[in-house]
Design a protein around this ligand. Structure first.
Ligand code: A3P
Length: 345
C-alpha cells in the first residue's frame, strides 16, 4: 500500500516537473520571438562603414524571425506597414551554372543581413508562360525585405536559355549577374548524376554517362548532349555579352566554394558593394555531410539538403581525358573574357 502511494506521488511529481519545465521553455522561446519582432531595424545601411569584428547576430536573428514569418505569408498587412517591408525586384541574379553550386551560393549570401533570397527558383525569364504573366507577377514572387536590403534570386536555367539576356536587360540593364562555375567535366558528371537519380527514383533505366558524352559513331565528344553543352561556359557567356558589359558579371569559383567558402563570399560581397558581414562564424565544416554548413546564430544552423553533394558514378578515365581536352580551348577563352583563371586541366 505504502509502496503504491509512493509510486503515485512520484508520478505526480514527474508530471508537475514536466509542466514546469515545459512552461519555462515556452516562456524563453516566446521572449526570444518577441525580441525578434521589435521594430528596431538593427540592419545597418548597406554602404556604411563596418568592422569585421561586428557579429551580425542580432540582425540575423531578426531576419530569421520576422522575415521568415513574412516569407511564409504569416504576416498581417499591419506588420508589413509597421516594418515598412516591400517586395523588391532582384538587384542581383545567380544566372547559373546548373550544378555549379548555385544553391550553396544563394544560401550563403543569405547569411548577409542586407541580402534577402527568393527561396524558390522562379524561372520567370526562361519560361515563356511565366514571362507572359508580367513583371508584377515576378515581383510578387519576391520575399518581403527592408527597402535598403537587396533581393537575390537564382534560376540556373537562365544561363543557357537563348531569350533570357534580353529579357533581363529589359527589366534592369544595370543588374548584377553572378555565375558560379565548376571544372566543366565534373560539372557535366554532376548534371548527369542528378538526371540519373531522377530516373532511378521512377524505377527507370538510363544510359551510362560514357554513352551519352561520347558519340559512338565518331568516338568524339557528343556536343548534342546537354550536360556537355552547358559546360561550354564561354559559348553561353558570349550571348550574354551582347547585352551586358563584362563588369556586370562576377564569376564565382564553385570548386573553391566547396572547400573554402569564405574568400569566395567575400569577393561577392565586394562585387555587390555590400559591407563585409559574412564571417567564419557563419560557416562551419560538417564532417558527416562533408561540406560547409551555415550558422545563422547560436541556435540556428543548417546544412544543404542531401540532394546537394551526391556521390558521382565512376566514369571511364579515357572519357574524362577526352572531355577535358575538348573543354580546354573553351576554358582558355572563358579565362580570357572573364579575367578569372582556374586551374582546370
Ligand atoms: P554535387 O552534387 O555534384 O556534389 P547546384 O546547387 O547548382 O545544383 O549545385 C550543386 C552542387 O553544389 C553540389 O554538386 C555540391 O558539390 C555543391 N556544393 C557547394 N557547396 C556546398 C555545400 N556547402 N553543401 C552542399 N553542396 C555544396
Amino acid at each position: 500500500m505504502l509502496f503504491k502511494q509512493q509510486a503515485l506521488l512520484r508520478q505526480k511529481l514527474f508530471v508537475l516537473g514536466s509542466l514546469a519545465i515545459g512552461s519555462l521553455l515556452y516562456l524563453v522561446a516566446r521572449v526570444g520571438s518577441l525580441d525578434r519582432l521589435q521594430p528596431l531595424c538593427p540592419i545597418d545601411g548597406r554602404f556604411g562603414p563596418h568592422s569585421q569584428d561586428e557579429i551580425p547576430l542580432r540582425a540575423l536573428q531578426f531576419k530569421r524571425g520576422l522575415l521568415h514569418e513574412f516569407r511564409k505569408g504569416n504576416a498581417t498587412k499591419e506588420q508589413i506597414r509597421l516594418h515598412n517591408l516591400v517586395q523588391q525586384l532582384p538587384k542581383a541574379i545567380i544566372i547559373g551554372v546548373r550544378k555549379g553550386g548555385t544553391r550553396a551560393l544563394l544560401e550563403m549570401l543569405n547569411l548577409h543581413p542586407s541580402v534577402v533570397k527568393a527561396s524558390q527558383e522562379i524561372h520567370f525569364f526562361d519560361n515563356d508562360e511565366n514571362y507572359a504573366k508580367g513583371i508584377e507577377w515576378y515581383r510578387k514572387k519576391m520575399p518581403f525585405s527592408y527597402p535598403h536590403q537587396i533581393t537575390i534570386e537564382k534560376s540556373p536555367a537562365y544561363f543557357i536559355t537563348e531569350e533570357v539576356p534580353e529579357r533581363i536587360y529589359k527589366m534592369n540593364s544595370s543588374i548584377k549577374l553572378l555565375i558560379i562555375v565548376r571544372e566543366p567535366t565534373t560539372r557535366a558528371i554532376s548534371d548527369y548524376t542528378q538526371v540519373l537519380e531522377g530516373k532511378e527514383r521512377k524505377n527507370k533505366t538510363y544510359y551510362k554517362f560514357e554513352k551519352l558524352a561520347i558519340d559512338p559513331n565518331t568516338c568524339e565528344v557528343n556536343t548534342k548532349y546537354k550536360a556537355v553543352r552547358t559546360s561550354i561556359y564561354t559559348k553561353h557567356l558570349e550571348r550574354w555579352l551582347k547585352y551586358f558589359p563584362i563588369e556586370q558579371f562576377h564569376i564565382v569559383d564553385g570548386d573553391r566554394l566547396i572547400t573554402e567558402p569564405l574568400p569566395e563570399l567575400q569577393l561577392v560581397e565586394k562585387f555587390l558593394n555590400l559591407p563585409p558581414r559574412i564571417s567564419q562564424y557563419n560557416l562551419y565544416f560538417n564532417a558527416t555531410r562533408g561540406f560547409y554548413c551555415l550558422r545563422f546564430n547560436i541556435v540556428f544552423n543548417k546544412c544543404l539538403a542531401g540532394s546537394k553533394g551526391r556521390i558521382h558514378p565512376e566514369v571511364d578515365t579515357s572519357v574524362i581525358t577526352k572531355l577535358r581536352k575538348f573543354f580546354h580551348p573553351f576554358n582558355q577563352k572563358f579565362y580570357q573574357i572573364t579575367g578569372r583563371t582556374f586551374n582546370w586541366p
